[in-house]
Design a protein around this ligand. Structure first.
Ligand code: FES
Length: 153
């Protein structure tokens, strides 16, 4: 009782789940589908640790509820990190010291990869501004900025 059936595309595959309509996507990913790359941080849409792509645009999985997902396409870090298209971003973060504890890294890669794939590609200043929804709890922004410079400058 009180359950809905939701059908969506998850990392390119059709999936279905029976759950309460207010079950958060972050919970479904981690506890139902075992995809733990999206991380619970603030859980109120402020930190970006839970970032996924919803219909190819970054979205906070902690703010999306099951009833909003019918017919949508969700892509997670598990899929994006396996895609060679995200390699320049992943490499830049790794080589520029943009990863400290790593908790924010999946979310950073999701937002940065999306921005790097836009046509036209944002300027460095635009990319910096558009990364404002991704917070690093180690405050390791020096390395993250160096990675942004490498990708967007
Ligand atoms: Fe979703 Fe922080 S956990 S934005």
């Amino acid at each position: 009782k009180g359950q809905i059936t939701v059908t969506l595309q998850l990392n390119g595959h059709p999936v279905q789940v029976d759950c309460r309509p207010d079950t958060r996507l972050l919970t479904l990913l981690r506890e139902h589908w075992g995809l733990t790359g999206a991380k619970p941080g603030c859980e109120v849409g402020r930190c970006g640790a839970c970032m996924v792509w919803l219909d190819d645009a970054p979205a906070n999985a902690c703010l999306l509820m099951a009833y909003q997902l019918e017919g949508r396409a969700v892509r997670t870090i598990e899929s994006v990190a396996a895609d060679p298209a995200s390699l320049p971003v992943r490499q830049a973060l790794a080589e520029c010291g943009g990863v400290q504890c790593g908790y924010c890294s999946a979310g950073m890669v999701m937002t940065m990869s999306h921005l790097a794939g836009l046509q036209p590609r944002p300027s460095l200043a635009e990319a910096e501004a558009l990364m404002c929804g991704n917070i690093c709890r180690c405050t390791g922004y020096g390395g993250i900025r160096r990675a942004l410079v490498r990708v967007f400058d």
